[in-house]
Write a protein that binds this ligand. Structure first.
Ligand SMILES: [Zn+2]
Length: 237
C-alpha cells in the first residue's frame, strides 16, 4: 500500500485541479485500516527462518526439563477429547504463546479464510482459538487443523522460527488494547494452558504473550490490557 507517495502527490498545491480529490475521508480510511488490521496485517509475511543482522544471537530460550506427569493412554474426563493430540504423531511442544486477534469478532474458520486469502498461508496460523461470543461461543475453544495434524504454527515469527516450530499458538478473539478478555475466555485459556503444561511439562517461564516471546518481532499482541500476570497466577505453578 503506497500511502506516502499518494499522500505526497495529493496534498499540496501543484496541479491542484488534478489532485484535489485527496480528502480527509481517505486518510481516515487508511488509518482505520491500519488500526483494525492489527495481528492480521496483510503485509505480515509467511513465517519463515530469516536471519537479520544483529538478531543471530536470539535463539530459543533454554528448556527447563519437567517430567511429563500425564499418561498418554488415559484421558482426563475434565478435558475435552478434541484437545488431545492424535496418537502416534505428537510433537514435543516446549512453549505456549498467547495472542489476541486484534479484531472485535472472529472464529477459527474466519481466521482460516483470512490467513489463506491475505497471507497465502496454508490455513489459520494458530493451534487454538478462544471465542468471545461473537462468531463463536464466549470461552469456546476451537481446535484448528494445525493441532490436529501437529504441524508447525504460523503465529509468531522469530529469527530461528523456534516459536512456530515448538510453541503452541493460542489466540483469543478480541482487541485487548481496548478492553480485557471476558472471564469465560480467561477461564478457558487457563484450563487449556493447564492441560498443555501438564502434558508437555512446560514451565510458566515458557508461557509468553506474543510480544514478549524471545526473538519475536515487535508487536503489542496480545494487547496492553491482557492480564498476563493474573493469567499465570490463575494457571498456577
Ligand atoms: Zn499475536
Amino acid at each position: 500500500m503506497e500511502i506516502l507517495p499518494y499522500f505526497k502527490r495529493t496534498s499540496f498545491v501543484v496541479n491542484k485541479d488534478r489532485y484535489y480529490q485527496f480528502s480527509f475521508k481517505t486518510l481516515l480510511f487508511y488509518a482505520l485500516f491500519l488500526i483494525l488490521s492489527g495481528c492480521n496485517s496483510p503485509e505480515e509475511p509467511m513465517p519463515e527462518i530469516v536471519f537479520s543482522p544483529g538478531n543471530e544471537h536470539i535463539l530459543a530460550p533454554p528448556i527447563i526439563e519437567h517430567p511429563r506427569t500425564s499418561n498418554d493412554d488415559s484421558y482426563d474426563n475434565d478435558v475435552p477429547r478434541t484437545w488431545y493430540p492424535p496418537s502416534g504423531a505428537e510433537k514435543q511442544w516446549t512453549a505456549i504463546i498467547v495472542h489476541h486477534s486484534a479484531t472485535e469478532k472472529g472464529n477459527a474458520a474466519i481466521f482460516n479464510k483470512w490467513h489463506i486469502e491475505q497471507h497465502g498461508w496454508d490455513g489459520v496460523g494458530y493451534d487454538f482459538v478462544i471465542g468471545n461470543g461473537t462468531d463463536s461461543g464466549d470461552g469456546q475453544v476451537e481446535v484448528t487443523f494445525r493441532w490436529r495434524q501437529q504441524i508447525t504454527g504460523a503465529h509468531c515469527k522469530t529469527p530461528d522460527n523456534w516459536a512456530n516450530e515448538d510453541g503452541i499458538g493460542i489466540c483469543l478473539v478480541g482487541n485487548f488494547n481496548n478492553y480485557r478478555p471476558t472471564e469465560r475466555q480467561m477461564q478457558s485459556l487457563v484450563n487449556l494452558t493447564r492441560f498443555l503444561k501438564k502434558r508437555y511439562g512446560i514451565s510458566n517461564s515458557r508461557i509468553y504473550g506474543h510480544g514478549t516471546t524471545p526473538g519475536a518481532n515487535v508487536t503489542d499482541c496480545p494487547g496492553s490490557m491482557f492480564p498476563i500476570a493474573r493469567f499465570k497466577s490463575m494457571v498456577g505453578s
